[in-house]
Design a protein. Structure first.
Length: 383
C-alpha cells in the first residue's frame, strides 16, 4: 500500500478542491491517503470521508505583484510547505501530491519530499508567474495539468519535470439527468415551467464574468423573452491578499442587478450542494470567464445534457470543439445575447447540442478513466 500526502493551500472549497474530494472518494484500496491543509471546510469534508486530515498553517494567499503582499505570501507558503514536509516524513509518505500551484510552490521551496504538483490554474506570462513555474518545474518529479491550456503555460526542457495532461473528470453518478428533477429548482424559485432559464456557476470573482451574464439576461428581456438567470456561487476567496476584491465585486453585481431592473429575474443562490438539480432546471449554461483554465461546470453541464456557451479563452474551447456548446469572446455581451436568443427559441437545436454534449462527457470525462490516469502517473513517480 502506498501512503500519499495530499496538500492544499486553502481550506476553502472551490472547483479544484471538489476535484480533490472526487479523487479521494474513488482512489483504489492500495492507495492510503492523508490530506494536509489549513483547518476549515475542506478538512471537515475530508474527515467526513473517513480520511485522516493534518492541519497546516493558514495560507490563503495570492501571489500578486505587490512587495508587502508577495513577501507575506511567500512566508506563509514556506511555513505551510515546511509543515507538509514534516508530516510526509512522519507518515512515511511515498510522495506528496500538491493539489494546487501554490501548494506546489510551498512544498517545492521548503520540503525535500518527492513531489507531484497538480496545476489547475494557467500561469500568466509575468515575472512572478515565470518564477513560480520554474520552482515547481525544477523541484517536482511530475506536473499534472488539468487541461492542455494549463499545460501550455508550463515550461519544458532539460531539468524540468515532465507534464502530463489529465483533464478534470465529471462524476456521472451525480450528474445524471435521469435522476435530477427538472422542476424542483424552478418550483423553489417560482419560475414558470415554460420560462427560459440560464445559469452561471462559479465563485464570485471578476474573472468569472457574472456581470456579463447579467447583461445577457437584460438583453434577452429587452427582446421580449421570458427569461431568468440563476447565479450560483459565493465570494469564496476574500482575504486581503487575494488578487481581486471579491466582496466588492459581489456588491457591484447586486448594484448592476438593480440598475438593469433584473430584480425577480436574476436569482443569486449562493453556494449550492444540488448543482445537478440546478442544471436540470436550466436551458443554457453560461461560462463567460475572462480566461478559464479548464471549466468543470462545462463538463458537468454537458453530462446533464445542458448546452454551454463559454469563453473562447482557455480550456472550454478544447472541451467544446466536438460539440456540446459554443464559444464566444468574453467581452461581447451583444454576441452572447444573440446566440442565447437563437438557442432558446430553437428547442430542436438545443436538444441536439445537449445530446451531443452528454455523449462526449460520458466518453471523455468519466471519473474512473481519470482515476486510472492519475494512479498510472503515481506508478511512474514511484518507480
Amino acid at each position: 500500500m502506498s501512503r500519499i500526502l495530499y496538500v492544499n493551500h486553502t481550506a476553502r472549497v472551490s472547483g479544484a478542491e471538489r476535484t480533490l474530494l472526487d479523487l479521494l472518494r474513488a482512489l483504489p484500496p492500495e492507495v492510503e491517503p492523508v490530506v494536509a491543509s489549513p483547518e476549515g471546510r475542506l478538512g471537515d469534508e475530508v474527515r467526513a470521508l473517513g480520511i485522516e486530515h493534518r492541519p497546516l498553517p493558514e495560507c490563503d494567499v495570492s501571489l500578486k505583484l505587490e512587495p508587502r503582499a508577495t513577501s507575506r505570501a511567500l512566508v506563509q507558503l514556506f511555513r505551510a510547505g515546511s509543515e507538509a514536509g514534516r508530516v510526509a516524513r512522519r507518515m512515511h509518505a511515498r510522495f506528496v501530491h500538491a493539489f494546487s500551484i501554490r501548494a506546489g510552490l510551498g512544498c517545492g521551496l521548503a520540503s525535500e519530499a518527492r513531489l507531484v504538483v497538480h496545476a489547475h490554474d494557467a500561469l500568466g506570462g509575468g515575472a512572478a508567474s515565470r518564477s513560480v513555474a520554474e520552482v515547481i518545474s525544477r523541484r517536482s518529479r511530475l506536473i499534472l495539468a488539468a487541461s492542455p491550456f494549463v499545460a501550455g503555460r508550463l515550461p519544458r526542457g532539460r531539468g524540468r519535470a515532465p507534464v502530463a495532461v489529465v483533464d478534470n473528470p465529471v462524476d456521472l453518478a451525480s450528474f445524471d439527468p435521469a435522476v435530477a428533477s427538472p422542476s424542483a429548482v424552478r418550483e423553489e424559485l417560482g419560475i414558470a415551467p415554460d420560462a427560459h432559464v440560464l445559469t452561471v456557476v462559479g465563485q464570485i470573482t471578476p474573472w468569472k464574468g457574472q456581470d456579463l451574464a447579467l447583461r445577457v439576461l437584460a438583453g434577452l428581456l429587452e427582446r421580449g423573452l421570458d427569461a431568468h438567470l440563476l447565479v450560483v456561487g459565493a465570494a469564496v476567496f476574500t482575504s486581503r491578499l487575494t488578487r481581486h476584491d471579491n466582496l466588492a465585486y459581489q456588491d457591484s453585481l447586486l448594484e448592476l442587478q438593480s440598475t438593469l431592473r433584473l430584480t425577480g429575474r436574476a436569482h443569486f443562490l449562493g453556494e449550492r450542494e444540488d448543482v445537478p438539480a440546478v442544471l436540470a432546471g436550466s436551458d443554457l449554461t453560461l461560462v463567460p470567464s475572462w480566461e478559464e483554465p479548464f471549466g468543470r461546470i462545462v463538463v458537468e453541464s454537458m453530462a446533464m445534457g445542458v448546452p454551454v456557451l463559454a469563453t473562447t479563452r482557455g480550456g472550454p474551447a478544447l472541451i467544446l470543439r466536438d460539440g456540446g456548446g459554443l464559444t464566444l469572446a468574453p467581452d461581447d455581451a451583444a454576441a452572447w445575447t444573440g446566440v442565447a436568443e437563437r438557442l432558446l427559441l430553437d428547442p430542436a437545436e438545443r436538444a441536439a447540442m445537449g445530446e451531443r454534449g452528454a455523449l462526449l462527457a460520458r466518453s471523455r470525462f468519466r471519473l474512473d478513466r481519470w482515476i486510472d490516469r492519475v494512479t498510472a502517473a503515481y506508478a511512474e513517480v514511484a518507480a
